[in-house]
Design a binder for this molecule. Sequence first.
Ligand SMILES: Cc1ncc(COP(=O)(O)O)c(C=O)c1O
Length: 427
Amino acid sequence: MKPSASNPIVSNFFQRNPHYTPDNDLLLDHKQAHRWFSLLRSSTSRDVYTFENILEGKSGPNVRVNKSGYHMMSSYDYLGLIGHPKVERAAINAIKNFGTGSGGVRLLTGTNRLHEQLESAIRDFKGTGSAMVFNSGYMANIAAISALFTKNDRIIIDEFVHRSIIDGLKIIGSIPEKFRHNDMESLKELLEAGSSKSKTVIIVEGIYSMDGDICPLDELIPLKEKYDAVLMVDEAHSIGVLGNTGKGVNEYFGIGADRVDIFTGSLSKAIPANGGFIAARKEVILYLKHGSAPYIFSAALTPSATASAIRSLEILQTENWRLKKLWENTCVMNCGLTAAGFDTGNSNSPVIPVMMPDSETALVVAKKLFDRGFIANAVIYPAVAANRARLRLCCTSAQRPIVMNDFIAALIESMTETSVLSGFFTR
Ligand SMILES: Cc1ncc(COP(=O)(O)O)c(C=O)c1O
């Protein structure tokens, strides 16, 4: 029998509560709850719920779920650094020397030598005046937006920016203007329309997390400068990935870091730890240290995560072959998919969407791939628009081209088997 993909917490819930309805639950928003429980019920009953697979060990190109081995096709571990002995040693030593927790928030008692070292390393790597770290990339975006901007500013975002940016804007009560994804003409039209607001802010990402295309920073910078706007770039997926030495989207375009006002990013993707950062001018970082709530009111990054990030930053600079291999693998995957007739959108990075006709197909195909030994994430609404469901693949330097080719063959088989299925859960 094929192993079930479903997370046991979800499947057990429906076994024990087969007639559950959220209608009488005062805590839940009924419309949303019906959507989620309908998806959960129908996808677990058909065993196509492949979310939250429980890995039995480290992530990496090969993982174990339910005692079986799988090829991982959707991990953010772009440089294959999860499990690197030096990173693990750094984390273990950090626990020995600094303990498991930081003991406080950064401004009070939580700052230790490792935080200082990591912030200096990020500052030097990004080439900005200063840097500061947070518990996650999500927090870094919330921190930057909520401390630096207000609803009286005019905020213009790419329509596909990450949820953490949207949530940061919600916190300040801003209703952002959106330009069409990566479309600089659309941005220009908005900028030209002028504004009576105190400042204009543009927010974009280096690599878009769901579409895998790169922000055209070379076209954006002249616009930002002409219209005197502030520019914030989220490098969650581009740090360690773009540019000859992985410094990010500005290195990729040969643009000095000083022409971007604020960089944010994650330490949980190419850098396989946890945490996030803001890199900017010294004055901005000093201001944020006293003005951003996630820094002041949340305990400092753990010593093990901090040390892992420091060592990973070192390794990604000394083991540049990883970056080269990442891009070779990206080429194998994207070229192979395209040659086989799949739509990978405008991806030109290791994040590769494989567009699906609808959410149902995305779920079923992800399960069929699971049965064939591959983990490839289905991404459906609300992570993407309801009509833009996809599998979201992430290439890493640790994958083997032969496995990628096997994956493409498995995808073709899975799609062929799936084309008759549709409409099994209500939207
Ligand atoms: C563009 C973008 N920004 C921020 C984040 C949040 O980063 P983290 O997972 O470190 O919270 C993500 C997460 O995937 C992301 O894709």
